[in-house]
Ligand binder design. Structure first.
Ligand code: SF4
Ligand code: FES
Length: 374
């Protein structure tokens, strides 16, 4: 490593893999951890204390569904006392009466609420959960009533891309500050469902126009963030802001990872909090140092003027498509494998779009035709 390692700024804490929804686009690993593998309250508190010591400024409390942890208020209070900004990432289904207010009182700073569709039938179909949409609307209202700022997160794919204008309406109606129109990243369950989730090119072009227009029209009213679809791009995104550069994540069992899909990269060993301190892992873990900075890069990244803009793109996407985590992300037009992205779109277009594998904690079920919500 030639550059100094700076302290991390952000951390994603996957408190649990349990979730009432079964979204087909979920980026959690296909092998989900059961409740008995989750860290205890004391272990999470110790980890959060050390994260604050290390310099982490904001923590995203995620999952699975983080509100399934009965100790969430206690964890938030710990972070709040340490001055760490807390963002709750929730599906907003089944949150008990009084809990949002209790989390606000514990010092929660922000809520990010996902909607699988702008309308109930889409939300139910994608998350495989009847009644989820109405519960989410109710959660949004409770969040705003508790005085918390709200972001609506809309993970976009073939089955809800046509609802982008309606997501914008919904975010305005729910008094959100921010809307994330986030084209799904093909990792975890989303990679398993890639052929069904892949949109067609015309739909993506329409989506881009609608979002750009909304960004102009709603300036100062609703911030509209856009996560572009990699498979239709010419340059990759700086995944996680660069490998182990300023953020990391922790799995429910305390495994510390540079990103949510890092476990798919063979030959890298990821260490657990408790076996090692967070500081040791951040500074010295061979897995964290494997793709840090730019020294690891080969051509075309090595001599590219964008290498400190996108940091070579996503290591996990390079692994999944190029078969090597050290390759240039094939989303990049300079990658010798860029044409493969178009071939994967064609393959998806030729396949049955209604075959979903719903997320669940067990071995993934064989692909089956879309079942009705249960
Ligand atoms: Fe980014 Fe590498 Fe492509 Fe350059 S060649 S744009 S650094 S992925
Ligand atoms: Fe692992 Fe992008 S998801 S680097």
């Amino acid at each position: 490593m030639s550059e100094a390692i700076l302290p991390p700024i952000g951390m994603l804490a996957e408190l649990t893999h349990r979730c009432p929804l079964q979204c087909v686009y979920c980026s959690n690993p296909v092998e989900l951890l059961k409740a008995n593998r989750e860290m205890s309250t004391d272990a999470w508190i110790a980890l959060f204390e050390e994260a604050a010591d290390l310099g982490v400024l904001q923590i995203h409390l995620s999952g699975g569904e983080p509100t399934l942890r009965p100790d969430l208020e206690k964890l938030i209070a710990t972070l709040s006392r340490r001055g760490v900004y807390t963002n709750l990432i929730t599906a907003g289904v089944g949150i008990a009466e009084g809990r949002i207010e209790a989390m606000a009182a514990a010092g929660l700073d922000h809520v990010q609420l996902s909607f699988q569709g702008a309308f109930a039938p889409t939300t139910e179909k994608i998350g495989n959960n009847r009644g989820a949409h109405e519960k989410k609307i109710e959660t949004a209202r409770r969040v705003r009533a508790a005085g918390l700022p709200l972001t609506i997160n809309a993970p976009i794919h073939r089955h809800n891309m046509q609802e982008v204008p309606d997501f914008i309406e919904l975010a305005l109606e729910l008094d959100a500050e921010r809307l994330e129109i986030a084209n799904v990243q093909y990792a975890g369950w989303a990679l398993l469902n890639r052929n069904s989730l892949m949109p067609d090119r015309e739909a993506v072009e329409r989506e881009v126009e609608i979002v750009r227009q909304a960004q102009k029209d709603l300036h100062g009213i609703l911030a509209v963030d856009f996560v572009t679809p990699d498979y239709f791009a010419i340059y990759p995104k700086p995944c996680m802001g660069g490998w182990a550069r300023d953020a990391f994540m922790v799995a429910p069992d305390g495994t510390v990872l540079p990103c949510h899909a890092a476990g798919t990269i063979p030959n890298l060993t990821f260490e657990r909090f408790g076996d090692k301190s967070l500081t040791e892992i951040w500074l010295d873990s061979p897995a964290f140092n494997a793709f840090r900075g730019t020294d690891w890069m080969a051509e075309p990244c090595r001599s590219c003027e964008r290498k400190e803009i996108d940091w070579g793109g996503c290591r996990c996407q390079a692994m999944a498509i190029a078969g090597s985590a050290a390759a240039t992300d094939p989303a990049c037009i300079k990658s010798p494998l860029h044409a493969q992205m178009a071939a994967l779109i064609d393959e998806a277009m030729a396949s049955d779009k209604d075959v979903f594998r719903y997320r669940r904690i067990s071995t993934p079920q064989p692909a089956g035709t879309l079942e009705p919500a249960s």
